[in-house]
Design a protein around this ligand. Structure first.
Ligand code: F6P
Length: 565
């Protein structure tokens, strides 16, 4: 029997739900106390001091896996900090929780489910059981079906109802059923078949589906309705709109050639009118925000082809193995997670920026917002007790260099400190258009990428500013405090493999933090109340005999105004 590392292991039964066991109060541990004391020791130490004291720091505080290089030297920490943070992770039971996840234990305790996105990228022959059944052959069966389908669309064998080739694929989904594929499609555009465009519709705002279809030919359009539950209001509303747009042009019989579904819910797919022969399934042990490697990635596979999609999965798998096997001190997701805990809980920094120096990663921060904030935006622990720590930060960002001309001012000189991850690539996907004219654009990009973390870390003192002859009344304005922490992630090139590594890196970072905080990173009850209230408001807004609104005075007045009453 093989485990994910291809070595012999026993297989855990997953039939028993994990108890809602109370995690230890991490703030009451000696490891937490030691970190508090250590913070005081470092309070007067700047990044300049740390770099002056150790000329090898820039190489010492680094870690690497399969070409993905992390430089975390420009953080407010020493080797002792790392030691103490790793001890905290051990105390929180991180090693045991990693194993529990990989073994398929029901660690999503509030929904009584295993958390097995790692099975989506497990090589064939790996064995991971859920309720006594090895799920890996199922994963590969669906991947094979997806591959066969993607090939028929790419080759033009799959034809629309009137015999035309498909030239546009429209993915209809929201949250994890949109952000993952939309981000990955953008990121891997360079590897995509330019003869097939992929568009994404997510918002229930009718303008979204209108804009996505207004210039399309129904005869050459394929819709993928992507929804884990197939009950999501936005997705079903958009799918209904798309179906009536299609059938108005081509008739009801065209649906089977122009609609496919990705879901865990065959019954609802059939109810909607999509033949389950045209459904690509996944499983309730895959969380929506962890699902881009499942059939939810079908639009990406059609764009880049099955072989490149498998390289994408191989990148995830390589990082999974690293997370499971590397010592915590050299484990990239563990280090990123623990550094985040250090800032969130001990320094009190409430935000975290992700700043990719790649235009192709335009949607990566938005993707990470769901991954991180829906996972770790929690206030109670696994047992339902209020947490004693801070939990997930506000995650945001956009690609550099654009942000430099917008909000970096606050990063450099504002009163709020925002730790940031800078992501860069050694080689460009494209050198530029036309023959070389002026400096290499990729070198310009990388120069900015490096300059920003240098400026954030070391700043510019008042003395340095004054020495440049700046007028005394402007010295304070032109001084940079420095000491603003960053991580630098450097990969050889943005490839499908590297994108897989990057996504898995952040998935496991989130897992590491959720474990230290003792929370369930795999449910999202916080999205439910708004859904229920919206359901109640719909009839109050529409129809001539709509009931009188019965809410608070603010909501009631707004509803009356919207109804024109
Ligand atoms: O409402 C939140 C959420 O459940 C996300 O977690 C999920 O990714 C999204 O909605 C879409 O859900 P579904 O794939 O079931 O349509």
């Amino acid at each position: 029997m093989l485990n994910l590392r291809g070595r012999a292991s026993h297989v855990m039964s997953t039939t028993e739900p994990a108890a809602l066991a109370a995690p230890p109060d991490i703030t009451a541990t000696e490891e937490w106390t030691a970190l508090r004391a250590h913070l005081r020791e470092l309070s007067e130490v700047s990044l300049r001091d740390l770099f002056d004291a150790d000329p090898t720091r820039g190489e010492a505080f680094t870690a690497e896996t399969d070409g993905l290089y992390l430089d975390y030297s420009k953080n407010r920490l020493t080797a002792r900090t790392v030691e103490l943070l790793v001890a905290l992770a051990r105390r929180a039971g991180l090693a045991e929780r990693i194993e529990a996840m990989f073994r398929g234990e029901r660690i999503n305790v509030t929904e009584n489910r295993p958390v097995l996105h790692v099975a989506l990228r497990a090589p064939a022959g790996t064995r991971i059981e859920v309720d006594g059944v090895d799920v890996v052959p199922e994963v590969h069966r669906v991947l094979d079906r997806m591959s066969a389908f993607a090939d028929t669309v790419r080759s033009g064998t799959w034809r629309g109802a009137t015999g035309e080739r498909i030239t546009t694929v429209v993915n209809i989904g929201i949250g994890g059923s949109d952000l993952g594929p939309a981000m990955a499609y953008e990121a891997l555009r360079d590897y995509s078949d330019r003869g097939i465009a992929v568009r994404f519709v997510s918002n229930v705002d009718p303008t979204d589906v209108w804009e996505a279809t207004v210039d399309l030919d129904p005869a050459r359009t394929l819709f993928i309705v992507a929804s884990k539950t197939f009950t999501t209001l936005e997705t079903l509303a958009n799918a209904r709109a798309a179906r009536s747009w299609l059938t108005a042009a081509l008739g009801e019989d065209a649906v089977s050639r122009h609609f496919v579904a990705v879901s865990t819910n065959a019954e609802k797919v059939a109810e909607f009118g999509i033949d389950t022969e045209n459904m690509f399934e996944f499983w309730d042990w895959v969380g929506g925000r962890y699902s881009v490697g499942s059939a939810i990635g079908l639009s990406v596979m059609i764009a880049i082809g099955p072989a490149a999609f498998r390289e994408f999965l191989a990148g995830f798998a390589a990082l999974d193995t690293h997370f499971r096997t590397a010592p915590f001190e050299r484990n990239l997701p563990v280090l990123l997670g623990l550094i985040g805990v250090w800032y969130r809980d001990f320094h009190g920094f409430a935000a975290h920026a992700v700043l990719p120096y790649s235009q192709y990663l335009d949607r990566f921060p938005a993707y990470l917002q769901q991954l991180d904030m829906e996972s770790n935006g929690k206030s109670v622990d696994l047992a339902g007790r209020p947490v004693g720590t801070q939990t997930g930060p506000v995650v945001w960002g956009t690609p550099g260099t654009n942000g430099q001309h917008a909000y970096y001012q606050l990063l450099h000189q504002g009163t709020t400190i925002v730790p940031a991850d800078f992501l860069g690539f050694v080689q460009p996907n494209h050198p530029g258009v036309g023959p070389a004219d002026g400096p290499d654009q990729h070198a310009l990009l990388l120069a900015n990428f490096l300059a920003q973390t240098e400026a954030l870390a070391f700043g510019k003192t008042a003395e340095e500013v004054a020495a440049e002859g700046v007028a005394p009344e402007l010295v304070a304005h032109r001084t940079f405090p420095g000491d603003r922490p960053t991580n630098t992630l450097l990969a050889p090139k943005l490839t499908p493999f590297v994108l897989g590594q990057l996504i898995a890196l952040y998935e496991h970072k989130v897992f590491t933090q959720g474990t230290v905080w003792g929370i369930n990173s795999f449910d999202q009850w916080g999205v439910e109340l708004g859904k229920v209230l919206a359901g109640r408001i719909v009839p109050e807004l529409t129809g001539p005999n709509s009931p009188a609104p019965r809410h608070d005075s603010s909501t009631n007045a707004l509803i009356r105004r919207l109804r024109g009453a």
